[in-house]
Design a protein. Structure first.
Length: 184
């Protein structure tokens, strides 16, 4: 009889351990306590979302207040339209709030960071965040650096017309032509 009680106790311990592992897996995988009934929708458009995924966190000051519910291409502007579900208790975001796509750590996953503004008016369900900053793509940055380094080398060795990259706010390379008169 004593042996049977030990076997039952070990079985219960294993079941409790498996339940703990399942709960840990749900917590780590990004399943949060944000549900559709206790949240409202905000939208933002980005030139480039990088590797942002549905269910990625939305944070203010590092505190998660929502998640990404949808990412789609806008047929008119050809920008990525990101739909966010925000906790109803966090419904005091000013209308001049800006949104940025950031990376958790050096090579971590992307998330949306909201930076509240100073307006006294607040965003309402369905509103669109106007000021956005797209994701920084590591491959693009490395490519720009390599292009710039090789472009500087050719400027020193050549007196002919060369082109150097010009970088704008959306991290796109736009070539500009430099003539012999400008380089003197």
């Amino acid at each position: 009889m004593r042996m049977r009680n030990v076997e039952i106790l070990v079985g219960l311990f294993i079941i409790a351990g498996l339940a703990g592992l399942i709960l840990l897996a749900f917590e780590v995988s990004g399943f949060t306590n944000i549900d559709d009934r206790n949240s409202y929708v905000l939208m933002a458009e980005f030139d480039n979302v990088g590797s942002l995924k549905v269910r990625a966190p939305v944070a203010v000051g590092g505190v998660t207040i929502g998640r990404i519910s949808d990412i789609a291409l806008d047929d008119e502007t050809f920008k990525a339209r990101v739909t966010m579900l925000i906790n109803r208790k966090d419904n005091t975001l000013p209308t001049d709030t800006s949104a940025s796509i950031l990376t958790q750590g050096l090579l971590g996953s992307n998330y949306v960071s909201l930076i509240p503004g100073f307006s006294s008016d607040v965003l309402r369900p369905g509103d669109k965040i106007e000021t956005t900053r797209s994701a920084l793509i590591l491959e693009d940055l490395i490519g720009q650096l390599m292009f710039k380094l090789t472009g500087d080398e050719s400027d020193k060795d050549s007196d002919t017309a060369t082109s150097k990259p010009a970088v704008n706010d959306s991290n796109d390379i736009q070539p500009t032509v430099k003539t012999n008169k400008e380089s003197s």
